[in-house]
Design a protein around this ligand. Structure first.
Ligand code: SF4
Length: 207
């Protein structure tokens, strides 16, 4: 593990402990936080953009909106025998007093396993899958696991290839705690500029 990953992991573990044991001011334990896998995806893609979206609610550039629309149409047209599509699921996240709600793209129950397919309207990276896609798929897998009580086999389907992702609840927990810490204002992310900023609608405000 390199130094950067070590510090990132350490901060995430700190967030889990902090929120679970000593909730920060303004965090109402009686009011459950609703988390959507699509928001988690946005958060992992860029936590700063996720925050800007909450405050400024600015639409993405037209090109990006067109791609989102094409993605939605592709999802709609994706039909596979035996698979359930866009089935609304809900599961508690007790250690964070939160509830996860979402609709996996497509899944089927086969014997003791659930096969989950997550569709993406873009190419995958050279190796593995994009972090934001992995976390979103893990969130859907968590929903399925909690609702059906079975193991989940995850496949992310990119335009150029398919990637199998192992179920990793520990990683999802770290990310959920990080997400909640930012969502309730207990932690403020710093901007990490990269190629992803090219299509960002908050470039002027992002420092
Ligand atoms: S400019 Fe880049 S770092 Fe800043 S919010 Fe947009 S994507 Fe994130």
């Amino acid at each position: 593990m390199d130094k950067k990953t070590y510090y990132q992991t350490r901060n995430k573990i700190f967030n889990v402990i902090w929120i679970s044991i000593i909730p920060p001011r303004g965090y109402n334990r009686r009011k459950k936080i609703v988390i959507l896998p699509s928001e988690l995806h946005k958060f992992v893609f860029c936590p700063k953009q996720f925050l800007f979206d909450k405050k400024l609610k600015r639409k993405p550039p037209l090109k990006r909106r067109i791609l989102i629309l094409i993605g939605k149409i592709k999802h709609y047209l994706y039909i596979k025998r035996g698979y359930k599509k866009e089935h609304l699921l809900e599961a508690e996240i007790p250690w964070l007093n939160a509830v996860l709600i979402g609709k996996p793209d497509a899944f089927k129950v086969k014997d003791n396993v659930i096969i989950l397919e997550e569709l993406k309207n873009r190419n995958g990276p050279l190796n593995g899958a994009w972090d934001s896609d992995v976390i979103q798929a893990l969130a859907y897998a968590y929903l399925l696991k909690e609702n059906y009580g079975k193991n989940v086999k995850i496949t992310i389907i990119y335009k150029n290839r398919k990637v199998e992702v192992p179920y990793n609840e520990a990683l999802l927990k770290l990310c959920l705690a990080d997400y909640v810490a930012v969502a309730i204002g207990a932690s403020v992310p710093i901007a990490k500029k990269s190629g992803k900023c090219r299509w960002c609608q908050y470039q002027a405000e992002c420092k």
